[in-house]
Design a binder for this molecule. Structure first.
Ligand SMILES: CC(C)(COP(=O)(O)OP(=O)(O)OC[C@H]1O[C@@H](n2cnc3c(N)ncnc32)[C@H](O)[C@@H]1OP(=O)(O)O)[C@@H](O)C(=O)NCCC(=O)NCCS
Length: 132
């Protein structure tokens, strides 16, 4: 909880943080976080990176789909033109979700994640928010 609070407190002003709340239970069932790709140069100001999480009990109900719509609309308003992110090669659910939302695969970073002492590739993906 402390780590999450710290993340929220430090969240960048140009970031977009959308949540889905179940109206009946008032429980948070999903969130999506879009942040500037980098801050060390203005050259990347039009590029965002993205993370998505949906409650294990509430998957395949279209919650991520709703998050993408809200996040992308807000991102365009903040001046972003593209989203660049990556998913673990063994995370087919996430890859399929992003590809269904218009992302395309642009490469593979080999042995990029190390999980429990085992290396896993990361699939690099991107999508445009505006006409190029
Ligand atoms: C990836 C994730 C966010 C998808 O959330 P979701 O709310 O279940 O997604 P949706 O219901 O909006 O699904 C949209 C589409 O994505 C695809 N999809 C989603 N989950 C899928 C799965 N397990 N297998 C195949 N396709 C899948 C389908 O095309 C789906 O449309 P459909 O259900 O009409 O076939 C969710 O599985 C999750 O939180 N995973 C753990 C965290 C994670 O890996 N995040 C991504 C990396 S940051």
């Amino acid at each position: 909880v402390e780590a999450e609070l710290d993340f929220i407190r430090r969240f960048p002003a140009r970031g977009v943080f959308k949540v889905v709340v179940d109206a009946a239970t008032e429980r948070l069932v999903g969130f999506q976080v879009l942040e500037p790709f980098a801050s060390y140069t203005a050259a990347f100001d039009h590029v965002a990176t993205l993370g998505t999480y949906v409650d294990l009990e509430r998957r395949r109900e279209g919650i991520a789909t709703r998050l993408f719509a809200a996040t992308f609309a807000a991102a365009r308003e903040k001046g972003y033109e593209k989203v660049f992110t990556f998913v673990r090669a063994d995370n087919q659910a996430a890859l399929r979700t992003y590809l269904a939302r218009g992302f395309t695969v642009i490469g593979t970073a080999r042995d990029h994640a190390r999980v429990d002492g085992r290396y896993v590739d990361e699939i690099l993906i991107e999508t445009r928010l505006t006409e190029s």
